[in-house]
Design a protein around this ligand. Structure first.
Ligand SMILES: [Zn+2]
Length: 71
């Protein structure tokens, strides 16, 4: 029983660590009132108008990183 709990803890810890690494690897974005991907006007604290734009922005940034160009 305790083995099962230990394993679950390890899995959760690994997931959290992976999530934090993903967040830390992304340059800090500052909300500026528009979607970072499509420039749609947003509430001041938002970075993207939706998950589609967030995902597309991430893909674009990853592609730029692979191409060796900053930002
Ligand atoms: Zn957008």
């Amino acid at each position: 029983m305790s083995d099962h709990v230990d394993n679950t803890d390890k899995i959760i810890f690994a997931e959290v660590t992976r999530g934090l690494a993903a967040v830390r690897s992304r340059p800090a974005l500052v909300a500026y009132g528009c979607c970072y991907f499509c420039d749609e006007a947003l509430a001041p604290a938002m970075l993207f108008c939706g998950v589609d734009c967030r995902d597309d922005y991430d893909k674009e940034q990853a592609a730029k990183a692979r191409a060796g160009r900053p930002g």
